[in-house]
Design a protein around this ligand. Structure first.
Ligand code: GLN
Length: 483
């Protein structure tokens, strides 16, 4: 079952060809065998997972089945799950057991899915390679000397190594799409506000969004059906009618207008990646789509704008880790202020500290107007670029990342090179739009992702566009050899 679609797994469970306990045990066995090296999971709890699987089997026996009943899902360790250690990739939370469930976790529980374990990630979701994790780097299953991308690198590696049939991620500037691209997976960041952020540890609240990661667009739709929906506990959760994200999967693409932004194919894009992406776009032409040249003129501003706004929000969000109520606390201190300082100096890694420093600086009284306010104004211009583009096309396509998976350690000493990994994804978060990455082929044996950016709330249409492509290509079924 390791390479099966969620539909196929659900059918096997319904037909009692396999039980959820057997299925879950099978994935746990793979995790036990492969995870010591790949390091995709930071926490597993076989007892808890198998108990959930047994419950699912009881539901199946009673015929109370939904599309995800009994299916194991790997959860990014940014989601609080009651009774589970929830670390966010940080020493600060290395011993934190969540006392409550994130909305996303309770949605999966209610759907009868099994929590298979918590996946590794960059510390507080800050990174593009999973190398900032307190729990060590994650291997890319396609080439173990390379990174899986980040920050949802553990979820991506778990899926690519077929340690899990489905996973969750979060995307603040590209953390679902970039690792999906580097690991040959499908991943979707929904429109901001579609998935509740309740219980999802905050990085940059105006940008953070949860989303599904899986092998195919069809699987993403099933997962998004469970994840999306209004939740009064998140003030930015959108009150919209519940929709079935699978409903349009099989529509023809005739007449679809695909915009190609000239800025996404300019200098900085790896030639091998460009070739694969253009080939995918050709495939869409054959499926009846029409190609339109467009421009997103403010693309080059997206990284600087993000690296003012995201650290500003992070510096505020991370002020709660002070050693008082929960999380790490320094062992020796003489007064309260020393306790704060030592706790934070010990608990946070270098990248997180860099962001807190930058964020505090850009919000300081003397620099607020010059940096934070300016960045907010530019954010609006970036969003307007997309508005203008969507008057000429239905979706936008381009690469998800500028290159393929890079070597572990290759970019760790150069934060700016690391930040540029998200050059094609970050603007989408700044605008609050939905974005998706699909496996589109290989360059030098490494996976390449095609990015599809949709207009607000166009997820069902995007999944249709992804599914149509996956009906005529088989990139999404490829898996690394020898695992
Ligand atoms: N790589 C970006 C960062 O480091 C985005 C991370 C994310 O989307 N969580 O901030």
């Amino acid at each position: 079952m390791i390479n099966s679609s969620l539909k196929q797994i659900a059918a096997a469970l319904a037909a009692k060809k396999i039980s959820s306990v057997e299925l879950t045990q099978g994935f746990l066995d793979r995790i036990n065998r492969l995870n010591p090296e790949i390091n995709a999971f930071v926490t597993t709890d076989a007892g808890r997972s198998l108990a959930q699987a047994a419950n699912a089997d009881a539901l199946i026996a009673r015929g109370e089945v939904g599309p995800l009943t009994g299916i194991p899902v790997a959860q990014k360790d940014i989601f609080c799950a009651r009774g589970w250690r929830t670390t966010c990739g940080s020493k600060m939370l290395a011993n934190f057991t969540a006392p409550y469930d994130a909305h996303i976790i309770s949605q999966f529980d209610a759907a009868g899915a099994v929590n298979l374990g918590k996946t590794n990630m960059d510390e507080f979701a800050m990174g593009s390679s999973n190398e900032t994790s307190y729990f060590g780097p994650v291997q890319n299953p396609w080439d173990r000397s390379r990174v899986p991308g980040g920050s949802s690198g553990g979820s991506a590696a778990a899926l690519a190594a077929r340690l899990a049939p489905a996973a969750t991620g979060t995307d603040t500037g590209g953390s679902i799409r970039q690792p999906a691209s580097l690991c040959g997976l499908s991943g979707l960041k929904p429109t901001y506000g579609v998935c509740s952020r309740y219980g999802m540890i905050a990085f940059a609240s105006s940008l953070d969004q949860a989303g599904p990661m899986a092998k195919s667009a069809e699987d993403l739709a099933l997962l998004l059906n469970v994840m999306a929906g209004f939740d009064a506990r998140d003030s930015t959760s959108l009150q919209r009618e519940k929709e079935d994200y699978s409903r349009r999967l099989n529509q023809p693409l005739t007449g679809l207008r695909i915009g190609l932004p000239q800025e996404y194919f300019a200098a900085g894009l790896d030639a091998g990646v460009a070739e694969v992406v253009m080939e995918a776009i050709n495939q869409y032409r054959k499926l009846g789509a029409e190609i339109v040249d467009i421009s997103l003129p403010n693309t080059r501003l997206s990284i600087p704008v993000y690296y003012v706004l995201a650290p500003a929000e992070a510096s505020s969000n991370l002020s709660r880790y002070d050693g008082v109520r929960y999380g790490h606390r320094a062992a020796d201190y003489t007064d309260l202020s020393e306790m704060y300082c030592k706790t934070r100096a010990e608990g946070f890694g270098a990248e997180v500290k860099r962001r807190i420093l930058v964020g505090t600086y850009v919000l300081s009284a003397g620099y607020y107007d010059a940096y934070y306010l300016k960045a907010q104004q530019l954010r609006r211009l970036i969003a307007q670029d997309f508005k203008q583009a969507f008057s000429q096309c239905d979706v936008i396509m381009g690469p998800a990342a500028p290159g393929t998976a890079f070597k572990t350690g290759e970019k760790t000493d150069d934060p700016v090179a690391m930040y540029l990994e998200d050059i094609y994804t970050i603007a989408v978060n700044l605008a609050g739009l939905p974005g998706m990455s699909l496996p589109a082929g290989f360059s030098n044996g490494l996976p390449v992702g095609l990015q599809i950016i949709g207009n607000y709330f166009d997820e069902a249409r995007m999944l249709n566009i992804g599914h149509a492509y996956q009906q005529v290509t088989d990139w999404h079924t490829r898996m690394p050899e020898g695992l």
